[in-house]
Design a protein around this ligand. Sequence first.
Ligand code: ADP
Ligand code: MG
Length: 326
Amino acid sequence: MEFDLIELIRTRCTVARADVRLGIGDDAAVLAVPPGHELAVSTDTLVAGVHFPPGTAACDLGWKALAVNLSDLAAMGATPAWSLLALTLPDATREFVDGFIDGYAELAAQHGVALVGGDTTRGPLAIGVTVLGFVAPGRALRRDGAQPGDVVYVTGTLGDAAAGLRCLDRRDAHAHALFNAPPDTREALVERLNRPTPRIAAGSALRGVASACIDVSDGLLADLGHIAERSGVGIEIDADALPASSALLALFERDERLVLQATGGDDYELAFCVPPARAGDVQRDLARLGCGATRIGRVIAGERVRLFDRDGSELVPERSGWDHFG
Ligand code: ADP
Ligand code: MG
């Protein structure tokens, strides 16, 4: 049965690459790294009930499991090439794997990523994906290069995935308004949660331009905190500059919206720093790739990430809103 599932997976992931010397079916894959490149490698696991709500469609899980991994390669400025898939399934139903691999294969095809191996075991539902990509030597985007004076940007819009999660939560205090919202608006947010877009082209375009880069998986402030810490700098963010989708604007008042934008996870946008001399071009260059970017703040000498309201007071996220520090 396990063999059948592996065969099903193999036949459904049809991206073929000449650099895969030996793919699924042997004890290990054999891969040829193109000369003059370094490998960027990353792995992420999704656990049922922790990383996705119960009831998430299998095909959305397949998409998301690969997307969150490709997002890590995007944040490094790497070009994805290969993936491995470790599936732990409670009862290895063909139906689940069928749906799962639909979503996985759809995104893999978009980025030309070959599935070269994995593992299939029985146990509580968990999905581990490993991705490998190429980057020119020494050119990977890192977290530790931000300098005081750099401008801080983020791609796309923020808070949508966290808002989508709230749309699915029937216990949410806001639920009444959410359930009365136009279905299109709710669906747009849930789509952001279930089908994040890894910003591969943007990450590539930022090589040699951005001084530091990270993907927003845990929330903007938390993730920029990693850049601040690794770079030994402080970061100031303007609350009113944070980009919002029309769906988010339609469903949430300002205070609640800012919490989602500044602290909501799962958006998989890129947050990055650019030296002032390069800042002028970066938005135009990304826009040409179909990826909007918004200037949201600045890097300063110091430490920590701080969010400022329009009156200059600092906004500190609390569990259910904001604390104001004048
Ligand atoms: P082994 O006992 O050597 O680990 P497996 O039966 O686990 O062999 O796997 C057989 C082949 O199928 C290997 O090439 C492995 O990489 C591949 N494989 C197993 N599970 C998956 C999966 N979920 N996705 C892709 N390839 C898989
Ligand atoms: Mg195995």
